[in-house]
Design a protein around this ligand. Sequence first.
Ligand SMILES: CC/C=C\C/C=C\C/C=C\C/C=C\C=C\C(=O)SCCNC(=O)CCNC(=O)[C@H](O)C(C)(C)COP(=O)(O)OP(=O)(O)OC[C@H]1O[C@@H](n2cnc3c(N)ncnc32)[C@H](O)[C@@H]1OP(=O)(O)O
Ligand SMILES: Cc1cc2nc3c(=O)[nH]c(=O)nc-3n(C[C@H](O)[C@H](O)[C@H](O)COP(=O)(O)OP(=O)(O)OC[C@H]3O[C@@H](n4cnc5c(N)ncnc54)[C@H](O)[C@@H]3O)c2cc1C
Length: 664
Amino acid sequence: MEALDYHAEERRKAEFNLDEMKIVWAGSRRNYELSDRVARLVASDPVFRKDNRTMLTRKDLFKDTLRKAAHAWKRIIDLRLSEEEANMLRSYVDQPAFTDLHWGMFIPAIKGQGTSEQHEKWLPMAYKMQIIGCYAQTELGHGSNVQGLETTATFDPQTDEFDLHSPTLTSSKWWPGGLGKVSTHAVVYARLITGGQDHGVHGFIVQLRGLDDHLPLPGITVGDIGMKFGSGAYNSMDNGLLRFDHVRIPRNQMLMRVSQVTREGKFVQSDVPRQLVYGTMVYVRQTIVSDASCALARAVCIATRYSAVRRQFGSQNGGPEIQVIDYKTQQSRLFPLLASAYAFRFVGEWLKWLYTDVTQRLQANDFSTLPEAHACTAGLKSMTTSVTADAIEECRKLCGGHGYLSNSGLPELFAVYIPTCTYEGDNVVLLLQVARFLMKTVSQLGSGKKPVGTTAYMGRAEHLMQCRCEVEMAQDWLKPSTILEAFEARAVRMSIACAKSLGKFSNPEDGFAELSPDLVEVAIAHCQLIVVSKFLEKLQQDIPGKGVKRQLEILCNVYALHLLHKHLGDFVATGCITPNQGALANEQLRLLYAQVRPNAIALVDAFNYTDHYLGSILGCYDGNVYQKLYQEAWKDPLNDTVVPDGYLEYLRPILKQHIRTARL
Ligand SMILES: CC/C=C\C/C=C\C/C=C\C/C=C\C=C\C(=O)SCCNC(=O)CCNC(=O)[C@H](O)C(C)(C)COP(=O)(O)OP(=O)(O)OC[C@H]1O[C@@H](n2cnc3c(N)ncnc32)[C@H](O)[C@@H]1OP(=O)(O)O
Ligand SMILES: Cc1cc2nc3c(=O)[nH]c(=O)nc-3n(C[C@H](O)[C@H](O)[C@H](O)COP(=O)(O)OP(=O)(O)OC[C@H]3O[C@@H](n4cnc5c(N)ncnc54)[C@H](O)[C@@H]3O)c2cc1C
């Protein structure tokens, strides 16, 4: 018997080859096959069930997380999964856990900041999970300002050890994931002190708990920091607190790639830039951009499928009502988010390439592209996560009342996702880093130093400052060079205007602080330009499959023109376009939405998400929403009994009070 599919008609409307689009989304046929296989493996395993987790108490949720992590590890070993497959498996399990930090930060920190001897000693144990580690940087009193950390690591030449100490309450480590209840080790960031001199913040490998009894080692106070936002959600993670009372570690546990301390206690700064101490954050920020496209795609998939099932108003002669996806307002809210998911996917792919490139250069002691890698990872992490967090909430609203039900999957996705705007660098703090980089680039424009990479367009500032947009008709906005020039002109004009305003301050730091809201806008304009330009570059590639490239062109135009519409004030105020050209862009945008419409369901099918991973009744593949909502309601614990617990104690006395009153 053929399976019921409420979206069958929608799927028939698609004007492109879905299988080929799935490959474009996955990045390659190989990636597609790997991720499809791993996603199904997870979805079919009852241990990875997650439909009940919002009902669990914190303790039960945490134990469930430990059980899933142990089971995942067993599957990884039994099936001899590669590191890439293992990462995929953990991400499809879709439950924040200590393993994210062990594999995502502890190991990368040792790899990036440790020496080859330190790699040999620590990495084999970490890879086998004989030790489990976390990344302990943030403190109660300082997170964004890493240079302000207070924990000290004082070298004692008598014993060849460091003495780790938390001198104040605010120096307590606070937030590290996996620290609270699980990690046996941590990479701890502390101020290095030798011979009474402070050499700034460095990383140290510190054992926290006994490997036999899991008890904290002497001098260590460690625990969980408490419940976080939402039910279920990030509460599966044991974000922790940690204090040191003169804990001793051997000298060779300082991560010594960037700087060294000799046996005599001499501090040696190698020719590697000190910013490499921040390298793990750069790595993770890069992964967060790709993850943003996944989270956004997930929310958009739910909202799109539901919008095709949901009908409201407009029934004619007793016929069906209108699918809400056919309302232009629904399309103008939903389709830019669909386009953004694809845009973030491609910029994430490019950022991965950039990161790999900078890593190879660093190994060869070429540090020239580090500032750009920092600016790109910081800016794109900030921009994509802010958009995605807002988009998840917008998708909830696009699903009307049912979007607020836990089983729509959207509330939990929102609760898990929003801290991404804060961790790995607060999004505003990161945009200010991008702004610094841009202001520095502008200040060097006259010096003969040619801007390269993502700021190369600034080298054409003279042209971009006075060029005029040539759009006369709505369809002129479909020309890639017209779009690109408008975004470049806007970014460069905003940058130069800010640089000029900064020049009016006698103290540049005062100016930077005063103008910081404008500088944030400049950084956003630059990041949006990067995303638009990388989408356009993607379209230069050979993309096989009937209609696939055409759909991507439509999505790219939607992405760019919706930004232009949203930030029309910037484009017009800087004289990049006229108000009339802005109106023409909006007209073209409406035409593009009509072209997306018949392909919308297939475009979200291309994400290839299993129903397990989506975790949403509204987004399920077959679209059988109402029956599933109805069945699911009866599974709620409140429906275990017809009359609720508490009726006799609390309800009945109120309901019966009129009898007593009447008797009085
Ligand atoms: C399988 C799973 C895979 C992956 C996922 C794994 C994990 C993720 C999952 C969940 C996440 C959960 C955990 C989250 C963890 C954390 O949050 S860890 C803590 C993160 N903390 C931060 O991000 C702190 C943010 N603050 C900073 O980064 C810095 O302090 C700063 C804001 C950049 C300021 O630093 P500083 O004061 O030293 O710098 P400035 O004086 O402003 O700049 C000096 C020059 O240095 C350059 N710079 C700064 N940072 C970097 C860098 N990272 N790389 C390169 N260069 C850098 C800066 O541009 C200045 O340059 P100059 O102008 O040329 O002098
Ligand atoms: C779920 C979660 C997991 C985490 N996991 C880890 C972990 O594993 N390891 C770890 O070490 N840390 C972790 N953190 C900590 C995280 O990295 C920090 O919270 C983050 O870097 C932000 O720092 P903060 O909390 O000090 O924010 P603050 O800097 O105090 O920010 C507060 C406000 O001040 C503003 N602000 C701050 N500085 C400036 C400035 N210079 N200019 C303008 N505005 C400014 C910010 O924009 C924000 O609005 C985690 C945090 C969360 C929420």
